[in-house]
Design a binder for this molecule. Structure first.
Ligand SMILES: [Zn+2]
Length: 130
């Protein structure tokens, strides 16, 4: 769900507005529970806004060794910059709305461990002796 920056855009530079963002599903990510993120919006300039997103996400992954599903928690604490005229890794502003959900989704994918292992003791798929 997009967040509106309309109220904030009328205020002076440096103004902040705390928001909550509820997310119950994300593409390509299996959330264990719906998550409520804290989002602190800051007006950087008349065309640039900063979103500071914090929250813990519990997700399900498949173990690379034993293929079982396991739970892991990823703590998010990142900034996303939104601009009317985005450059580099900035995000676009769509009229007066910003899409924080997609920034969160990409941040989670980025934070996923390269090797997804259910436990350090995981020995992998047990082979049955004949
Ligand atoms: Zn495993």
């Amino acid at each position: 769900m997009p967040i509106s920056i309309l109220g904030l855009s009328r205020l002076s530079d440096g103004s902040q507005k705390p928001q909550k963002l509820d997310i119950s599903e994300l593409d390509d990510i299996e959330l264990l529970n719906p998550v409520t993120f804290d989002v602190m919006l800051t007006k950087v300039s008349h065309e640039t806004f900063d979103a500071h997103v914090t929250g813990d996400v519990a997700i399900l992954l498949n173990c690379n060794r034993c293929l079982k599903r396991f739970k892991t928690t990823i703590g998010l604490d990142f900034h996303a910059l939104y601009s009317d005229d985005p450059v580099d890794d900035q995000w676009p502003i769509d009229k007066n709305d910003i899409d924080i959900e997609e920034a969160i989704r990409q941040e989670i994918l980025f934070e996923l461990p390269v090797l997804q292992i259910c436990s350090e003791k995981c020995t992998g798929i047990k082979s049955n002796k004949l």
